[in-house]
Structures are given as C-alpha cells and as structure tokens.
Design a protein around this ligand. Sequence first.
Ligand SMILES: [Zn+2]
Length: 268
Amino acid sequence: MALTRLNSNKKIAERISSAIVAGNVLHAYIIEADSCVDKLAFALEFCKALMCTEKIGDGCDGCINCRKIDHGNYEDLYVVEADGMSVKDDQISKLQEDLKKKPMGSRNLAIIKDADTTTVRAQNRLLKTLEEPFPGTVIILLSENRENLLDTIKSRCVIYRLEDVEAGSFNQESAEAVFSALEEGKNFHEIKGILSTYLKSREDAFALLDGLERIYEGFLLGTDSRRKLHRKEEIIRCIELIEEARRDLIAKVNYQYAVKNLVLKIGG
Ligand SMILES: [Zn+2]
C-alpha cells in the first residue's frame, strides 16, 4: 500500500504527501487515533513516502527502502514502544543516542508507539530533541490521547488525527442524508431521527464531519454543481463550524452533543 492509496484518512495522507514532495517536512508529528486504528501502519507508509527512491511522497512498495521499512529492517528507522505500562526515560535516552548517529541514507526516522504513555521525565528529555532536532530527522509520535502529552511537546509537533472510517456505520451516503435534510430545512427533530439511525460512536461522528466537510469543500472547489445554491461565505462558515465540532470531539466532548450542536448551528 502506498500513502496516497490508503482507503481511509485520504485527506491527511494527501497533505503529508504534498509536504514531502514540496520539501516541507517538519521534524515532529503526532499521529493520534483511537486504539482500533492501526497508527503504526500509517506511520510506516509515511516513512516509505519520505524515503522511497521511486515515488517520493507516496511509496512504491518495491524499492529497497520501501521493502526494508515494510520488513522492519530499515537501518535509519528507530521504533520505540512502551516497556510495560509506559515509554521510559532510558528508552528516550537510547533513542537520542541513536538519532545522533549519521544515517546510512538521507535522514534518521523515529516512531514512538504509545507516545502518550511516556513518563513526564522522559517527555522532558524528548523535548530537547524536538527543540534542537538533528537536521533531517523526522520523529513520529503515535498517540491515543494527546492530553497525556506535555503542551511543550504538542506545540512542537504537527498533529493529525486519524479516523477509523471503516469501523463506523457512517458513510458518505449518510452524510448526504444529513446534508439534504439541512438543505431542505427539515426541523431538528427530523434530523435527530436520521442521526439516531447512524450515529453510534465517536468514530461515526468523525466520519460524519468528514463527509459533510467533503460536501462543502466540493462546493468551494466547484466540483459539486449544487454550489450555486450557496454563497461562498456561507460555505466557509459551515466548514468552520465543522472544524469547531471536530475540535470538540477531539477534546472529548460527548459526540452526540457535538454533532447536534453543529446541526443546530448550520440549520440556524
Ligand atoms: Zn519505494
């Protein structure tokens, strides 16, 4: 699988891909998702996209670098995972030593699994590396809940939240259903009925927001002919409201509340 051919989280994958192609890769990322999402697989695709010799920004699965990353024997990639309940200080210390080594290729890479279990002491140690990274180094922190990470760490990372779109019952079709109900000016009670059929989990809520955002973005990009129904300012306002709801979800606001609040704001 290559980064841009992933079936879910396409938007994030595309963003990362174009950053790599443009040479705008930053040195630290937080990849956050619920436990059911394979964050490591995503991070490995990220690494392949960085190091692939055939399809930079994507990964080809066939070149020596892609194959080594897939097989877990790429020399410049260091993977750390929790030792017992947490990632400990000596593990971060060891990682720092590893990252000081001159890479065999163009850069050193690190993936810290269970980064949100890292002890505070170890996080403070890691911070030094994030503050003064060795040139070219990319560190990817995998996390279920970034609230466990120090603000000083978060502020030095680009944060992406992956969604488990497959697991949810919400799909683009149900997002369309909610969208149409809003368009037709259906009352809140009716829309709540649609939501109660599909909205069963936080993942569903994230998927719904993604679906709605896709629809509104289609208007902005002119790929959706229904665009003429809307003024640009209205569309932008809706996208902002969706992003606000997504921030609420990430902050662990009750997902039903966050979605109903959004529907009321868009509808009103
Ligand atoms: Zn490759």
